[in-house]
Write a protein that binds this ligand. Sequence first.
Ligand code: ATP
Ligand code: MG
Length: 357
Amino acid sequence: MSGSDVKTGGITLRNLQKRYGNAMAVDDVSLSVSPGEFISLLGPSGSGKTTTLMMIAGFELPNSGHVLLDDKDITRLPPHRRELGVIFQNYALFPHMTVAENVAYPLRMRRMAKVEIETRVRRILDQVHLGALDTRYPHQMSGGQQQRVAIARALVFDPPVLLLDEPLGALDKKLREHLRNEIKTLHKEVGKTMIYVTHDQDEALAMSDRVAVMHEGRIRQVSAPKDIYRRPVDLFVAGFVGEVNLIPVKLKSGIVHGPADKTLPAPPWSGADRDATLCLRPENLHLNKGLARSPDGIQGSIVGMTFVGDATIFEFRSESGSRLTSKVLNVSAETMPDVGDPCVASWAASDATILTE
Ligand SMILES: Nc1ncnc2c1ncn2[C@@H]1O[C@H](COP(=O)(O)OP(=O)(O)OP(=O)(O)O)[C@@H](O)[C@H]1O
Ligand SMILES: [Mg+2]
């Protein structure tokens, strides 16, 4: 967030619902976005991200619910009267207009004076590092450059909120990473509220102040990236964001029992007895060579091993037959176990999450 006086640009969604025929595309979505916040809508294909964004932008009307910009209800206001910058997935640049003309378009629509338009276009093009390319046409530019023109065009009329729908979707991995840093830097510089749609977990975690995970038209969890990853609230979020080990457990008198009734390390549990799932990220599962029986670990052996550059992924099979994955950074190759080695798998209780859904 910028240190400047960010006051406007808060977006509130209240019980938004959108049906297409019998299908519920967005189902009771409520969300408060603070002025200047960077929030991502993250979810698989068809989860309702674009539909939600289009209701904020005004291109879709909800069947019920409300959209507020600061304290003003804008649910039924046409898009051009909302003053929200929108970047669509396919950029939608005008092919017959130069870069400068594309960027000037929203200002011309607003009937701004010519001199003012020129000043603003120049300033925003410099900001996205396209100052030298103003007379090019879209087809004469790379995907990444076109993307920046789209960002400049959405920002040029100084909207308090920017809506971005998979803006980096069409680009290769390296360019995506480069541009996501640029968007993040731009966010810090301009201090606008940004609502960013993506199905890419890494992108959402790396860019956002908060991430809203969507599934089947609903928001399942809204949290800071670290909490989405470390403290998922349900199996969908746990599985969608990153790799995860899922161990079926029974909660009995506050104690977590794994396969073969073994007690497993986990945070304290105070609810009623029931079946549940223990979630553990691969990097939190430690494999200790040797067969020393350990009260806090699971005995088994390594059945597979994959080198992935910076890390090695180990497949572990417990004596009771469960398979678990461990990820170890390749810092010191000498201490690495090998396929066939007997091992004890262990983890810190605080790294495990118990899900009862
Ligand atoms: N105009 C429409 N008419 C009928 N169904 C629609 C329409 N637009 C979207 N849908 C349906 O609504 C659901 C949500 O679609 P939406 O485009 O919001 O998903 P999304 O999360 O943006 O997915 P993607 O990652 O593939 O872009 C989907 O099942 C989709 O088929
Ligand atoms: Mg979409």
